[in-house]
Design a protein around this ligand. Sequence first.
Ligand SMILES: Cc1cc2nc3c(=O)[nH]c(=O)nc-3n(C[C@H](O)[C@H](O)[C@H](O)COP(=O)(O)OP(=O)(O)OC[C@H]3O[C@@H](n4cnc5c(N)ncnc54)[C@H](O)[C@@H]3O)c2cc1C
Ligand code: FES
Length: 505
Amino acid sequence: MESGIPFWFDGVEAPVYPMLDEDLHVDVAIVGAGQVGLHCAYRLQDTGLRVVLLEALRIGRQATGRSTAKITTQHGQRYAALVEKFGRDGASVYAEANAAAIAEITRLAADMEDGGGLEPRDAYIYATDESQARQLEKEAETARSLGLSAEMVTDAGLPFPTAALLRYTGQYQYHPYRYMCELASRLRIPVYEGSRVTEITDGSPITLTANGRTVTAQHVVVSTQMPVVNEGLFFARAFPFAHPVVAAPLPEGRQLDGMFISSGSPSHSLRTADMNGRTYIIAAGPEYKSGQTEEEQGAMDDLRVFLEEAFGVGAPTHAWTNEDFRPMDGVAFVGPVKSGGNLLIATGFEAWGITQGVVAADILADHIMGTTHPAASLFDSTRIKPMAGASEFAKGNIQAATHLVGDRLLKRKAVSLEEIATDSGGVVDDGDEQLAVRRHADGSLTALSATCTHLGCIVGWNETDRTWDCPCHGSRFDEWGEVIAGPAVSPLKRRDVPEADDEGA
Ligand SMILES: Cc1cc2nc3c(=O)[nH]c(=O)nc-3n(C[C@H](O)[C@H](O)[C@H](O)COP(=O)(O)OP(=O)(O)OC[C@H]3O[C@@H](n4cnc5c(N)ncnc54)[C@H](O)[C@@H]3O)c2cc1C
Ligand code: FES
C-alpha cells in the first residue's frame, strides 16, 4: 500500500518549474500554487499586469491534490446554517458564487487534453437516523429556495440502509492533480517551484523573501491554505482539522453511482475514480484533530472497517490524510488582511475549497483589478462575526491555546524511546526540551526539536503520512523536519538523539 501518497499522484507526468534564483519586481506575486493560487494566476495572466507564482514545493500537491475532489455546491448541510447566520441574501450569494465556480471549472476542464478527469455525478447527503432525516428535509427546502437543484429521493443504490437521501443534481467530480498540472501548463507567467516564501513585509511595495531572493510586488496573494502572515491573526480565526482518505479497488459487482457524504458522525465521504481500467472507491473518514496520533489512527481504522462492511473493500492501495481550516461562521476569509491593503489572503474553506477556492481566486483577482466581486462582502476577510457557530470555534481555539500551554509545559505526549516502533515516531522528553524522534525502517533513530517553529506548540506524529503535525494551527513538517504546510515557514531544528538512559516517559 502507498501510505502518505495520494491516489491522484499515480501516473501523472507533472510539469517541473525552476526555483527562484533572481530578484524580481512585479505587479502581483501569488504565493502558493493550489486551487486558489493557480486559478488566480490564470485569471490575471492576460490583464497586462506582471504576475509571478511562487510555490514552496511542487504545484498542486497539497490540500487540493490530497482532497476527494468533488466539485459541488453541496457543501455538507450548509444552507440552513448560512441562512441563520448571513440571512437569505448571504446564503444566496454563497450558492450563486459556488455554482459559478462549478461552471468555471467545467469550462476550463473542457479545454484540457483529458478533460481534467471531469465527470458529471449527483452529490448526495445521506441520513442514517430519523433526527438526521428531519434536518435533511429542512436543508433540502432551504437549498431549493435558494435556487439549487436539491431534492429528497428514496434510493441511490447504497449497499446499506439510509433514513433519508438528499440529492443535488448537476454536480461533478474530477482528477484534481491532472487538472492542476494542466492548468499550470497553460500559464504564460513565470512559475517557480521549490521557492518557499519565508518572509513577507507589508508596505508599498510589499517585499517577499524566497531562496534568499527578494520579490517586490504592488499586490501579494497569499494562497498558502493557512496564510503565512501574522497580520490578521488568521491562524486564530480558523482552526485546523483533518481526515484520513483511502483509495481501494471496488470489488466485482459493487457499484457507487454518485458522490456521497454522511449527514452525521462518524463522517464518511465517498466517490469513485477510474485508473488503468479499474474502478476505485475514494473515501474520506471521520474528522480528527491535527497532530493527534491516536485520533488519526482511530479515524483510519473506522474508515477501513466501514469500507469493508459496507462495500466488501479489502486493503486500500493508497492511504493518506488531508487537512483544512474551519472559520468561525461557515464562510471562508477572502480579501485584504487589513481594509484597503494590498496584502491578500484566502483561507478557511472547511473541506469545501474546490469551488470556494475558485470563488476566492475570482474575488482576489477582481480586487486587484479594482472591481468588486458580488461575493466579496460575504467572504470579507476583515469581518468579526461572533454568532452562531462561534461556540464551536471557541472550543477549537481553546483546544489550540491548551496545546500551547499544556503540551509544552506538562509534556503530556512524551513516550520512551523503546515505545517508538520501527518506521514510526514519537515525542520523547529530553530534560528541558521535547524531541520528535523518528525510528526509521532500518532501526536507526533521528531527532528533531518537537517545538513547532510557528508559535511553539508540540508537534505530533502522523502515522499515515509520516509527518510531524502541529495541533495548534495546522503546520506540518516532513519526517526530516522540513515544512510541508504553514503557517510555519522554518523547519524543525535538528537535535542529537537522546541517550536511552536519559529517556523520559
Ligand atoms: C479530507 C479532505 C477532503 C476534501 N475534499 C474536498 C472536496 O471533495 N471538495 C471540495 O470542494 N473541497 C475539498 N476539500 C477542501 C480542499 O481540499 C481545500 O479547501 C482546498 O484544496 C484549499 O486550496 P488552497 O489553494 O487554499 O490550498 P492548497 O491546495 O494547499 O495550496 C496551497 C499551496 O501553497 C503552497 N505554500 C504553502 N506555504 C507556502 C510558502 N510559504 N511559500 C510558497 N508556497 C507555499 C503549498 O505548498 C500549496 O501548494 C477537502 C479537504 C479535506 C481535508
Ligand atoms: S502551527 Fe502554530 S504553533 Fe504550530
